[in-house]
Design a protein. Structure first.
Length: 315
């Protein structure tokens, strides 16, 4: 059984903090979640007063911050928060895009919280993080897609904790060069843009994104000298030749850090899991990716974009 940690009593938010858009279905189709195989089970430890998990929880709640750990119902929340690591989600918790696999709420976002970069930076400093991951919802309603908000947060973190390395997981910014330049000027250590799925499935899984546009963004990042990272999720109906082509495309466009994980259906109106990929298949793709030339690869059923990101950056 996969536990969704935000549903345990300790993790319940107040009614004022609940996002009503989370309750809206992705589609009219009802597909009950499939029974998870043995290798997808997650062990949880319940929080105790003063432990690392509670400390991260207190930081997130006291500073009114969002994390992708909660908003995307990540199965690794318990594990990562116990390691005092979390992925901060900027620009609110409502996305302007409606991807079929994602559990982040979609709709009309609220105006940017201009105090958020300061609060995130203070949180990073108070937790004493060595490595922080910043991501954001898509903000197609903003001219720069939220790039300046990313940049300000990076700058604030550097002012409070110069020793902390910073990884950003960005939307495609509609491939606007002016938005990417804003981000580059802030000088994060790693820039990640997830391809998510293979080209053949883009129109179904993520119709508001474009495979070639994502590749062009990754190429642009790499050409500007940044460590370039991307992630792929399996179990959506991709074929072996699809995955191999995607890996070749990512490498050809400058990606050198890679994550490969299993898709988990968040709810009955999200896209259904087509396959639970076996651990040995993830091992195969890891070996294949190394042969292609990727430098750093995390591949496994529970791997997510920022899973153990601090360790992979130091490798």
């Amino acid at each position: 059984m996969i536990f969704h940690f935000t549903k345990w009593p300790h993790f319940k938010k107040s009614k004022e903090g609940m996002n009503p858009l989370k309750k809206k279905p992705r589609s009219k189709n009802i597909s009950p979640r499939a029974v998870h195989p043995e290798w997808m089970k997650v062990r949880v430890s319940f929080p105790t007063e003063g432990d690392a998990l509670s400390k991260v929880r207190e930081e997130v709640e006291s500073k009114k911050l969002h994390t992708v750990c909660e908003s995307a119902s990540c199965p690794n929340l318990n594990h990562c928060w116990n390691r005092r690591t979390a992925t901060y989600m900027l620009s609110g918790d409502i996305c302007t895009r409606r991807c079929q696999y994602c559990d982040v709420a979609f709709g009309k976002p609220k105006p940017l919280d201009l105090e958020e970069p300061e609060r995130v930076a203070r949180s990073v400093a108070e937790l004493g993080l060595r490595h922080v991951v910043l991501t954001a919802v898509n903000r197609d309603d903003l001219k720069d897609g939220g790039a300046a908000h990313f940049a300000e947060t990076i700058t604030k973190i550097k002012s409070y904790l110069p020793t902390c390395s910073i990884e950003v997981l960005i939307p495609d910014f509609k491939a606007k060069e002016e938005s990417l330049k804003i981000l580059y000027d802030a000088k994060p250590n790693i820039i990640n843009h997830n391809i998510e799925t293979v080209e053949r499935l883009f129109p179904t899984i993520t119709p508001q994104k474009n495979y070639k546009r994502s590749l062009s963004v990754l190429s642009h990042i790499s050409n500007h000298g940044f460590l370039t990272k991307s992630g792929l999720i399996l179990g959506l109906g991709e074929k072996e030749e699809d995955v191999k082509q995607c890996l070749d495309d990512l490498f050809a466009h400058g990606v050198r850090m890679l994550t490969i994980g299993q898709y988990l259906q968040p709810g009955p109106t999200h896209y259904p899991v087509q396959e639970f990929v076996k651990p040995e298949v993830f091992d195969y793709w890891k070996e294949t990716a190394y042969k292609i030339g990727f430098k750093t690869i995390a591949s496994g059923p529970l791997v997510r974009s920022s899973y153990h990101a601090d360790e992979y950056f130091s490798d």
